[in-house]
Write a protein that binds this ligand. Structure first.
Ligand code: NCD
Length: 457
């Protein structure tokens, strides 16, 4: 018998599986080989020559899957690269990210999505699934080569002009019709452009008091309402990106009550921060869609807890200093989020008693993988913690509280809205198909990426 290579084998002992029962989990060659009562698997002969990780006090979740990450490469490597962004993802407990298409050049051809996919594979930190643009150059006029991107090595299933709204209803209809051929989904950035010209923050009491141009909730809600009707008409899958208002939650609830194939995401920051943060004019709080009111935060929390909102997605949007360290009006929209996502979700949803860790696994792993259609095949993501499944794992210490220091994060950019704030929930270890990408809360440089060839899946 040839000696086992231990790089993708591990024994985790005494961890709380989905925050519940204490279990040992044995991973052999990247696959979960055994799950048993805590204290039993160390005696298993198969565990003799594998790395042991003490999971005492830790919560074991399936590897997190982000449906909405901006990796900035190609084009803005000064803000983030596929390498730095995927290392940040691993540090945040993720084993897969979907890389948004608003790069330079835009990811609107098979060539660009394959480039991003290859960069992700070579980096080896997480699986990178490129998102394809809906329209050429994100210009909202001509449909991009959706079919070519879907059949490329990158196997694109999620299409989005994120950063911009597909505001032309005819183009949106065509995109919805087109993606049906390969079970794709259109992920809409819902923002009515005419209602948000020059808008800087949520339109309400705070914007009026501090004199920044407001962005009405209806600008988001009008597009979502239109698009759920279009999705019904076409019979195609619609995903709503970073939903942020109470009215949007109501529309999605209505769409689901009609059985429409509509899914929705909320970001950690919309679960946690309000427009009150704009009062200091610090552009670190400038984001698209804008931070809303306390009532909206309450509504998106309730919508996530009751399943109206399917997933949490980070909308990790790194920006260089020159794009953020300037006056509010001139600053770029966006905030980093990969490395704080779990902590913010713990604070907003778990520590408040609104969700269990099993719910977190559903909204941050299983559901995003299913929406992105990356939940099947030998390299499947978002699978349950069960024998025979790929060992994508995250270990979280829910008892640790730590102050966020953006300079010390793995992301290349420092535009975290949580700078100096204390958050719970440290990611102690992450395993991508059994190989540690994070150990002792520190990223571990991949010693050669494990085979990941989406074309084989
Ligand atoms: N979410 C953001 O505030 N910014 C995103 C794109 C966007 O505007 O949605 C970015 O790419 O920076």
């Amino acid at each position: 018998m040839s000696p086992r290579t231990t790089t993708d084998s591990v024994l985790v002992t005494g961890a709380a599986l989905l925050g519940e029962d204490l279990r040992d989990v044995l991973v052999l060659d990247g696959v979960i080989a055994a799950i048993a009562d805590a204290g039993t698997l160390a005696a298993d002969p198969r565990a003799a020559d594998v790395r042991h990780v003490d999971g005492t006090g830790l919560v074991l979740l399936p590897g997190l899957v982000d449906l909405h990450t901006h990796l900035r490469e190609p084009g803005r490597e000064d803000a983030e690269t596929v390498l730095s962004g995927t290392r940040a993802a691993a540090a945040g407990g993720f084993t897969a990210v979907h890389a948004m298409a608003n790069t330079t050049p835009v990811a609107d051809t098979a060539g660009v999505v394959e480039q991003v996919w290859r960069l992700g594979r070579d980096a080896g930190w997480v699986d990178v699934f490129p998102v394809g643009a809906v329209s050429v150059g994100l210009e909202g006029t001509q449909l991009a080569e959706l079919g070519a991107m879907a059949t490329s090595a990158a196997r694109v299933r999620v299409f989005s002009d994120d950063g911009k709204c597909v505001h032309d209803p005819v183009l949106m209809r065509r995109a919805l019709e087109y993606v049906k051929a390969f079970d794709g989904v259109v992920a809409q950035h819902a923002q009515e452009p005419r209602l948000t010209e020059g808008a800087q923050m949520h339109e309400g009491v705070v914007s009026a008091e501090i004199g920044l141009r407001g962005w009405p909730a209806v600008a988001e809600e009008a597009i979502i309402a239109r698009d759920v009707l279009l999705a019904e008409h076409v019979g195609s899958r619609l995903h709503v990106c970073h939903l942020s208002t109470a009215g949007s939650v109501e529309i999605i609830r209505w769409a689901k009550s009609r059985g429409l194939p509509v899914t929705a995401e909320v970001t950690p920051h919309h679960l946690f921060l309000t427009d009150e943060h704009a009062r200091g004019y610090d552009p670190v709080f400038k984001v698209n869609p804008p931070l809303r009111t306390e009532a909206d935060v309450e509504a998106v929390r309730a919508g996530l807890a009751d399943g109206t909102i399917d997933i949490v997605a980070t909308d990790h949007a790194p920006h260089s200093r020159e794009d953020k360290d300037c006056e509010w009006d001139a600053a770029a929209f966006g905030m980093t989020g990969l490395e704080t996502a779990v902590g913010v979700v713990q604070a907003a949803m778990v520590d408040t008693g609104r969700m269990t860790w099993a719910d977190v696994a559903r909204v941050m792993s299983a559901n995003p993988a299913r929406i992105g259609r990356v939940d099947e095949g030998p390299t499947a993501q978002g699978r349950p913690l069960a024998v025979g499944e790929p060992a994508n794992l995250t270990l979280i210490d829910p008892a640790v509280r730590a102050v966020v220091v953006p300079r010390e994060q793995a992301t290349q950019s420092e535009n975290s809205p949580y700078r100096g704030a204390e958050l719970p929930g440290r990611v102690v270890a992450t395993f991508l198909r059994g190989r540690a990408t994070v150990l002792d809360a520190r990223p571990v440089a991949p010693a050669g990426a494990t085979a990941f060839d989406g074309a084989d899946a």
